[in-house]
Design a protein around this ligand. Structure first.
Ligand code: UD1
Ligand code: CA
Length: 477
């Protein structure tokens, strides 16, 4: 195994008090993905040999989230029962790598800085391997004053130490170069130096940053400058929104470069897990693509549609204001405006679903149409069947859910109710306004309408009577 495949520690035990949240800070989402998961993903893409997450606050919840996304046990967990500082956090992770040799490189990341590129992890690893001091770190120049650790150098530029903001003098606070909070260090130095940390500082914590002064004695740690947007950490919800904005900007830029048109990238919301998106996909403003959504070539998604965990095949058109969830959409299907496909909907090629049509656990087969006002739940609708306006599947009797089967070519007249379980046979007709309670044999007509009666002259007589009453003097009724 290559020596360059690092061990990665992710510090994520902190309380995140400033988020003012029930949810652990590192599980707050950036573009739909928990921030900690961004960091784990970057570590994996960088080829980490192992990833150890250091957890404390609500660690069961955080572990469950990691297991759900990455597979049970695939991220190792080290517990830091009390948060006594970043140095202490890393001490808590050492037992997890007890069997690893001293020359192995450990990359230490923080769980609340999700936008670090995987290339940085490789850069840090390489810089550490090349450094006689066996240590490298990322530095950054923040765009506005931040309470970050300051990098203190000697006259030759060698890194002497990091002074935490809380411990810094006025003069030190003027230093522009700050500690971004990402490190690579050989395990041997880490083991030896962590044991020497003391909590003799403003916060009374064990500072991981004190390892830089230890490395100075070996010739000085290497620093690599990184843009602030990439290393920015999240402490409160203002930071969260700023990082979200940057994440979305990057995601959108990558998809545009891959052949997706966005009328207004600033109002196009694409989650991290979304993809692939095909060539010539066209996205109108205020479209949100969420979860594990994928979209084929030439698909158009019009204004205001929210699409979550949906697979859309090539050349389908989703018209404005449609909400689609856990659904598959076939080639050339036309959906919307104002269509609601709920989980378990399967829409095959050339299907049309129009305004105010709701589907749930329903399979619309090729060429079937429901163009206006319908509820189709727990149903299967055969190829080229036509569902009239106002059709409702009565799938629920307050206890159970039942299926409606509409076979190929059937025609359901407007304002019909299909009381499930029920089947409408192939090519059958259901007359408008029918309440279907019994199976309809193939090729027949079902109709339950009360026969129409025409009372001749009734309306004329009615109006005459009304007119007479109006002309009577007051008081006489
Ligand atoms: C840290 C650095 C500072 C750097 C800044 C960049 C130290 C002492 N200081 O400061 O030089 O400029 O990051 O953002 O490291 N954590 C634990 N256990 C703990 C304490 C912290 O797991 O006991 C985790 C936190 O959850 C967080 C990370 O470590 O993910 C950083 O901790 P935080 O308290 O935010 O450190 P800063 O004060 O921001
Ligand atoms: Ca922080």
């Amino acid at each position: 195994m290559s020596r360059q495949a690092p061990l990665v520690f992710i510090m994520a035990a902190g309380l995140g008090t400033r988020m003012k949240s029930e949810l652990p800070k590192v599980l707050h989402k950036i573009a739909g993905r928990p921030m900690l998961h961004w960091v784990v993903t970057a570590a994996r893409v960088a080829g980490a040999q192992r990833v150890v997450a250091i957890l404390g606050h609500k660690h069961e919840v955080v572990k469950a989230s990691l297991d759900a996304d990455f597979g049970a046990g695939s991220v190792d967990i080290a517990l830091q029962p009390e948060q006594r500082g970043t140095g202490h956090a890393v001490q808590c992770a050492l037992p997890a790598v007890a069997n690893e040799p001293d020359d192995r490189i450990v990359v230490i990341l923080t769980g609340d800085a999700p936008l670090l590129a995987s290339e940085r992890i490789a850069e840090l690893t390489a810089a550490c391997a090349a450094s006689p001091a066996g240590m490298a770190l990322l530095s950054t120049v923040p765009p506005r004053p931040m309470p970050y650790g300051r990098l203190v150098r000697d006259a030759s530029g060698k890194l002497d130490k990091i002074v935490e903001h809380a411990d810094a003098t006025e003069a030190q606070r003027k230093i522009q170069d700050t500690n971004a909070g990402f490190y690579a260090i050989t395990l041997g130095h880490l083991r030896k130096d962590l044991a020497t940390l003391r909590a003799d500082n403003a916060k009374g914590e064990l500072y991981l940053t004190d390892l830089v002064a230890r490395a100075a004695a070996r010739g000085g740690a290497t620093s690599i400058d990184a843009p602030f947007t990439e290393v920015a950490g999240i402490n409160d919800r203002v930071d969260l929104a700023a990082v979200e904005l940057e994440a979305r900007r990057r995601i959108n830029e990558a998809w545009m470069r891959a052949g997706v048109t966005m009328v207004d990238p600033a109002s196009t919301y694409i989650d991290a897990e979304v993809g692939p998106l095909g060539k010539d996909v066209w996205l109108a403003p205020n479209v949100a693509l969420r979860g594990k959504t994928s979209i084929g070539d030439g698909v158009r998604i019009d204004l205001g549609s929210v699409i979550t965990d949906v697979q859309i095949a090539e050349n389908a058109y989703v018209k404005p204001y449609s909400a689609l969830t856990e659904t598959t959409i076939g080639p050339r299907a036309m959906i919307g405006p104002f269509t609601h496909c709920r989980p378990g909907s399967r829409v095959d090629e050339d299907v049309h679903l129009g305004n105010f049509v709701e589907t749930k656990k329903t399979h619309m087969m090729a060429g079937a149409k429901a163009n206006h006002l319908a509820y189709l739940g727990d149903a299967s609708v055969g190829a080229k069947a036509n569902i009239g306006a106002g059709t409702i599947t009565c799938n629920y009797d307050s206890v159970g859910k039942y299926r409606t089967t509409i076979e190929a070519g059937a025609f359901i007249g407007s304002d019909s109710q299909l009381v499930a379980p029920v089947t409408v046979g192939r090519d059958a007709y259901v007359g408008a306004g029918t309440t279907v309670t019994k199976d309809v044999p193939r090729g027949s007509l079902a109709i339950t309408r009360v026969k129409q009666v025409n009372v001749e002259g009734w309306a004329d007589r009615f109006r005459e009577n009304l007119a007479k009453r109006k002309h009577k003097p007051d008081g006489e009724h």
